[in-house]
Design a protein around this ligand. Structure first.
Ligand code: CTP
Ligand code: MG
Length: 226
């Protein structure tokens, strides 16, 4: 089987509120989405990369590299819809048992080493897996005036890439009836009663969501570029 990357990049970046989609904002002088694409292009494991953008996206053509990336103009109203549409567009050109690494455009700190770690630790797994970070903070749950400390034992924060075989990913996302309950791809797979593997990610692979995250992403980029 091959390893393919599918990058949802059809969001509007409402929480970033930058006036244009956040995936095109510069991080250290380079558009965020280009960092994300370059991570996959620099990985010898990845056979091809697909990026899902909205039908009328005016920016993608100026940042997409000439080779190794196919643009799919089939973005939907939600992240899950964009991924579903992207998977549908791949039908026929990928094998049912090919691995698909779904990765947010808004995580520009990914690198080939993290991709390699995920692939090596998940490539033989019957279900698939994802990068995630063990929770290090003390966790509180506050509901209706009651406050309790939740044991962080076994708690992880999910990152991406999330890696599943094409056929399983399609089945899981098609079976998801409540899209608001599905905030990542792994949760759709878990809803089928399957347990993906958690592979330790890295804080540099943060999701850029709020304006302050741009600076944090730039600091990680500077700290880890040699
Ligand atoms: N995404 C997508 N299609 C959508 C919504 C989101 O492809 N309809 C993508 C985003 O481009 C991003 C990833 O899914 O790469 C994670 O989503 P998020 O960080 O929430 O990005 P936005 O939805 O753009 O941001 P916001 O929720 O603040 O509007
Ligand atoms: Mg969003």
């Amino acid at each position: 089987p091959r390893y393919l990357a599918l990058i949802p990049a059809a969001g509007v970046g409402a929480r970033m509120a930058a006036g244009s989609p956040k995936q095109y904002l510069p991080i250290g002088g380079k558009p965020m989405l280009r960092h994300t694409l370059d991570a996959f292009l620099s990985s010898p494991r990845i056979a091809h990369t697909y990026v899902v953008v909205s039908a009328d996206d005016p920016f993608i053509d100026s940042i997409v590299p000439g080779q190794g990336v196919t643009v799919l103009r089939c973005g939907g109203a939600t992240r899950m819809e964009s991924i579903r549409n992207g998977l549908r567009a791949l039908h026929g050109s990928v094998a049912l048992n090919d691995w698909v690494l779904v990765h947010d455009a808004a995580r520009p700190g990914l690198d080939a080493e993290l991709i390699e770690r995920l692939v090596v630790e998940t490539g033989e797994h019957p279900v698939g897996g994802l990068l995630a970070l063990p929770v290090v903070d003390t966790v509180k749950r506050a509901v209706a005036g009651e406050v309790a400390t939740v044991s962080r034992d076994g708690l992880w924060l999910a990152q991406t890439p999330q890696m599943f075989r094409y056929q399983l990913l399609c089945r899981a996302l098609d079976a998801a009836t409540d899209p608001s309950a599905i905030t990542d791809d792994a949760s759709a797979v878990e809803a089928l009663g399957l347990a993906p593997r958690l592979v330790e990610g890295h804080p540099r692979n943060l999701k850029v969501t709020l304006p302050a995250d741009i600076r944090i992403a730039e600091l990680y980029l500077a700290a880890f570029s040699q």
